[in-house]
Design a protein around this ligand. Structure first.
Ligand code: PMV
Length: 313
């Protein structure tokens, strides 16, 4: 039997602008994990996928076309076997579980796909680089999100803080000091596909204004990378706040996000902003060991539905 695991992720700065060619920074969230086990099953059985959290068991060749999660898993298996040069369907039982919350901007789809690719490669004795894994998972991300920038598959496959420019650069970098991030969930569902499409409509109606916001965000991301490398956490916090002001102007914040962001800042966070597509989903606050409990308590009091604190190094 082989096991593959993968972490979740948060976008720290640069969401939305990244779709328009500006840089973004994302970090892995190791407190949540996807885990996939692959084991042989009797000859002739073919492949069985058991998705324990979804309460599903199916054969990828018979995945229900109306079930997007099943289609994505089936296609990840098919693409990976093809990439590993397996032209005959092996007899495998694939068991998938994940603690990455679904549909919350924490990269659940990319985490499951990454763990699946890793487990298949390990079980079948194939060698894949982190970039190979990322490329395979990107193909799954297209099924989940339509036109994803590719930041999720990259940061999750590399498992390190990532500076990313769509189609050009995915560069891991080292932090001068570890980050303590407190992630708060508004509990409001948000569709990345719909929010990205809405931002595109706004951009088409007024390109000059939106390009200016995206360029401003790109500059904040550059400065944030420098602050992260130098370990200048107060500067990083201020840059996150400035990024949030731009995202507000782009029209992707919400009353619930603002309430959690305000609560985190009042409790002493160095900076706070929405993370991911916005209009719901998660916010992320930069805390310190001395303030993390106060920030967590403030988020809980302000109505956060789920709170994940992670240390990134
Ligand atoms: O909500 P998430 O984590 O899937 O993030 C979406 C980030 C966007 O920049 C809005 C879209 C993208 O594909 O990068």
């Amino acid at each position: 039997m082989a096991v593959g695991t993968a972490p979740g992720k948060v976008i720290l700065l640069g969401e939305h602008a990244v779709v328009y060619g500006r840089p973004a920074i994302a970090v892995p969230v190791i407190q949540v994990q996807a885990r996939v086990e692959v084991e042989d099953q009797p000859v002739g059985r073919g492949i069985t996928i058991v998705a324990t959290d979804l309460g599903q068991q199916f054969e990828p060749s018979h995945a229900d076309v109306a079930d997007s999660a099943a289609v994505a898993l089936a296609s990840t298996v098919r693409n990976t076997l093809e990439r590993l040069g397996q032209h005959r369907e092996p007899d495998l039982r694939i068991t998938i579980s994940s603690t990455v919350p679904i549909g919350r901007g924490l990269g659940s789809g990319a985490a499951v796909a990454t763990a699946l690719v890793r487990a298949l490669a390990a079980h079948l004795g194939g060698y894949l680089t982190a970039r190979d894994v990322s490329d395979l998972v990107y193909r799954t991300e297209i099924l989940h999100h339509g036109t994803p920038s590719g930041i999720d598959n990259s940061v999750i496959s590399f498992g390190k803080p990532l500076y990313f420019i769509r189609g050009q650069l995915d560069e891991v970098f080292w932090l001068g000091r570890p980050l303590c991030l407190v992630i708060g969930d508004t509990g409001v569902p948000s569709s990345t596909r719909e929010v990205v499409a809405d931002v595109r409509r706004r951009w088409e109606a007024d390109r000059a204004t939106y390009e200016a916001h995206f360029t401003a965000i790109g500059s904040l991301v550059e400065a944030a990378r420098q602050a992260m490398v130098e370990g200048d956490l107060p500067a990083l916090g201020r840059l996150m706040d400035a990024n949030q002001r731009e995202l507000r102007a782009v029209g992707v914040s919400s009353a619930e996000l603002e309430r959690l962001i305000g609560a985190a800042l009042d409790a002493g966070a160095l900076g706070a902003k929405l993370s991911g597509s916005g209009r719901g989903g998660n916010m992320v606050a930069l805390a310190e060991e001395g303030t993390r409990h106060a920030v967590e308590a403030a988020l809980a009091a302000a109505g956060a539905r789920g709170i994940i604190t992670t240390q990134v190094s």
